[in-house]
Design a protein around this ligand. Structure first.
Ligand SMILES: C[S@@+](CC[C@H](N)C(=O)[O-])C[C@H]1O[C@@H](n2cnc3c(N)ncnc32)[C@H](O)[C@@H]1O
Length: 277
């Protein structure tokens, strides 16, 4: 085992993986957990090779932890990022502050269902409706909901933004919407961020000409669902804070428009409350 660990760590180091020792340990342990003992070393070496060739670690391992919840991660859905926990935790704080006994939440652009599952897991009285455009995301999100036993409280729909919720009777009933949309401009995806598309789907990143197309649409298109007094929370890219604030202000139907910053002082979450009528 320690020979194997050493070999894998050396392969990862040669591929410039920063935490080669840590990742080697996780790969070996995942390979042992995945199937028969006899094939575990072979599996670990094959996984290390994929990682050395640039595949995200979460895809190689097939699992990741988000806000303390263990999730299935698979190509077709973005591997959840640590930075998105700021959006999830802001949503949890907002739900706790609201004091609602049984809050109703939408996770728009749900990807693997990480936010929907984490919110439902941490707020056992919440009901969550999640939606995504792509087959790959909807499949992974539904698998996560099922493996966590959250089916009674988390529903995963498919469609262009809110289209998947038509006919469900959710109009005017939603207390909180979280959305981690694609927010990289098409130009940057063609240039300095092109590497992101090597392993993960374009739909997860492409936010249109300025990176803000989905924010702009969600701010308007959520209104049939978000009740007066309910909150819309976005993850935003670095440097998008001013523009997203302006989008909220221009819609003229939001107040309590605020930014939330991470530990480094960078604004990475934007929120607005639908004005009470
Ligand atoms: C940045 S990823 C976020 C995924 C997940 N919520 C997370 O936090 O890891 C953006 C997601 O938006 C989805 N998406 C892009 N355009 C969409 C649209 N028009 N309607 C619904 N989902 C969309 C993508 O498929 C992708 O899963």
């Amino acid at each position: 085992m320690s020979d194997l660990l050493g070999r894998i760590a050396a392969r990862l180091r040669a591929a410039s993986i920063t935490d080669a020792d840590g990742e080697a340990r996780r790969i070996v342990s995942a390979a042992h957990a995945q199937g028969d003992k006899a094939g575990a070393d072979e599996r670990a070496l094959a996984m290390a090779e994929q990682r050395a060739n640039g595949k995200p670690l979460a895809y190689v391992l097939g699992r990741d932890t988000f806000m303390g919840v263990e999730l299935i991660v698979a190509p077709g859905a973005l591997a959840p990022r640590d930075e998105t926990e700021l959006l999830g935790n802001t949503a949890l704080e907002s739900l706790r502050r609201s004091g609602l006994a049984a809050p109703r939440v939408i996770d728009m652009c749900c990807g693997s269902g990480n936010l929907a599952c984490a919110i439902a897991y941490h707020v056992p009285s919440a009901r969550v409706w999640a939606s995504d455009l792509t087959d790959g995301c909807v499949d992974v999100a539904r698998r996560n909901v099922a493996q966590l036993g959250l089916q009674p409280r988390v529903h995963v729909a498919q469609g262009d933004l809110f289209a998947g919720f038509a006919g469900m009777g959710l109009e005017g009933a939603i207390d909180l919407i979280v959305c981690n949309p694609p927010y990289i401009s098409a130009k940057r995806l063609a240039e300095d961020r092109a590497h992101l598309l090597a392993h993960e789907p374009r739909e997860a990143f492409d936010g249109g000409p300025y990176g803000l197309s989905i924010h702009q649409r969600v701010i308007k298109e959520c209104l049939p669902f978000l009740r007066p007094g309910g909150y819309l929370l976005f993850e935003i890219g670095l440097g998008q804070d001013r523009q997203v604030k302006i989008l909220f202000e221009r819609a003229k139907v939001y107040d309590d428009i605020r930014l939330v910053s991470n530990a480094a002082g960078e604004a990475r979450v934007a929120q607005g409350r639908r004005k009470a009528v």
